[in-house]
Design a protein around this ligand. Structure first.
Ligand SMILES: [Zn+2]
Length: 471
């Protein structure tokens, strides 16, 4: 167990031949393709989030310390229109994924995967990652349906660095980095992954790989754990397993995520074996940096080298917000990142401005949970029209089509409602591009897939996507 030393001063227990140094780990997580502080659904800039703002914190945190490494903990590539241009075949975009461009620009050392990295299929994922100039690890996912298939990516990384001690001396340090993702990926994205991937329990994987990393060269082991901090003992396939992961022998620090929470934070995630002020689940330093760039995780590890071995003696964990004072101005966005992403930003604006249809009547989601929502009807009729076209000329042509949809409702939908209500007139065929844009993304905030099943009679099974909780 390390001590929580807010000053990170050298320990009074240091022996004459001991070396001491501080290693600063910076971490982002669950960025969900929020890069520029721009809300594409509302066509509005100056939003209080996005990696461009976090980048300003990254530069400041780098300037404060001698030994700094920067990591991302997954769910980076999916979740905002800026990423949709890379996944929609008809978007016309052929460049690198904007998030990878941004991470290259900021000089990330390494990244792990999140569950949403699998949302658009393996081909898209591998194509997106190919442009990365940093290393990516995923320890618990293997290719193929059988165990043990080859690993999808590097199961772990051994990053050789030079560390400067408190006296200014330079020493080699090998930082082991293990990436882990919830096994639920094979359920949530079964239509992409069935038969192609096997995901193994995160904690069991760490128990197997951490000793191996130590044997090979790792002076320290950092886990890029795309998982939150749930109470209770480890259960097989546990989705939020940062607590039992921190208890795996040989783990020095946890970079957590997935649950979009902030850790450490006073009063947050207080439970047995978790100290939210010190930032320690199971006594091990940890940090979780919110989501969409709301925070930067800063984890300072006070290291001591004794007898040729480095160990973590003290730590300081912090989640720095991009809005330092509540309801006050956020930190400014990094202008260099804006310049690096201008082409992607312009392409995204063009994509979401495309006209997709016209409604002679205002659409809204008032009482959408009750029958006869006009919005749900638009979705179900669109699905039916798309399927009719898809089966035309096949053996299925002419089959009766049932089309179902859930009344999805989020803050963006309400924004669309407000627009129509305040317009005080029905949407016009032209030039009401703005209302169409609002409606299109209000119906579904992210690109959706239409799934179909052929029913052969009573008792037939209906294949449908899983709708388990995910972040
Ligand atoms: Zn996640």
């Amino acid at each position: 167990m390390t001590t929580h030393d807010p000053s990170l001063q050298p320990s009074p227990h240091l022996r004459p031949n001991d070396l001491s140094a501080t290693l600063r780990l910076l971490a982002t997580t669950d960025l969900h393709a929020n890069l520029l502080p721009y809300d594409y659904y509302a066509d509005k800039g100056d939003q209080p989030y996005g990696l461009a703002r976090t980048a300003t914190l990254i530069r400041a945190a780098r300037a404060e310390a001698a030994n700094v490494m920067l990591f991302d903990n997954g769910d980076a590539l999916q979740g905002a229109p800026l990423s949709d241009i890379t996944a929609q075949a008809d978007s016309g975009w052929s460049g690198a994924h904007p998030m990878i461009t941004a991470m290259n620009h900021l000089g990330y050392d390494a990244a792990g995967l999140g569950n949403h990295e699998f949302n658009f299929g393996l081909d898209w994922l591998m194509r997106s990652l190919a442009a990365a100039r940093f290393l990516i690890t995923c320890g618990n996912v293997h290719s193929g349906p059988d165990v043990p298939g080859p690993p999808l990516l590097s199961p772990y990384l051994l990053l050789a660095r030079q560390i400067t001690d408190r006296q200014g001396g330079c020493h080699p340090l090998t930082v082991g980095v293990l990436g882990l993702v919830p096994t639920q990926i094979t359920v949530w994205d079964t239509h992409h992954l069935a038969g192609q991937l096997t995901a193994h329990d995160m904690v069991q994987t760490a128990r197997r790989l951490v000793p191996q990393m130590r044997r090979e060269a790792a002076d320290l082991v950092i886990v890029l754990a795309h998982t939150g901090i749930d109470a209770g003992p480890h259960l097989p396939g546990m989705e939020n397993a940062a607590l039992p992961l921190a208890a795996v022998p040989g783990v020095d620090a946890i970079i957590a995520g997935h649950s979009h929470q902030v850790f450490p934070e006073v009063g947050n995630l207080r439970q047995a074996a978790v100290d939210p002020e010190a930032g320690t689940p199971s006594g091990i330093p940890a940090v979780m940096a919110g989501f969409r760039g709301s925070h930067l995780g800063v984890l300072d590890l006070g290291l001591v080298r004794r007898g040729g071995k480095w160990r973590v003696q003290s730590h300081r964990a912090e989640a720095r917000p991009v809005v330092p004072v509540r309801n006050q101005a956020p930190v400014p966005a990094d202008p260099t990142l804006g310049a690096a992403l201008k082409t992607a930003h312009d392409a995204t604006l063009a994509l979401i401005a495309r006209r997709v249809g016209h409604s002679a009547a205002p659409l809204h989601t008032y009482l959408a949970m009750a029958p006869c929502s006009t919005v749900v009807r638009v979705v179900t009729r669109t699905q039916r029209a798309a399927l009719s076209r898809a089966v035309a000329g096949t053996a299925h042509e002419g089959l009766p089509i049932l089309s179902a949809s859930a009344p999805f409702q989020d803050r963006r939908t309400w924004r669309a409602v407000a627009f129509h209500r305040h317009s005080r007139r029905p949407a016009q065929p032209s030039p009401c591009r703005r209302s169409l844009r609002f409606s299109q993304h209000a119906l579904r905030a992210a690109p959706q897939r239409c799934r179909t099943a052929r029913l052969a009679g009573a008792g037939s099974g209906l294949l449908s996507p899983d709708h388990s909780r995910r972040h």
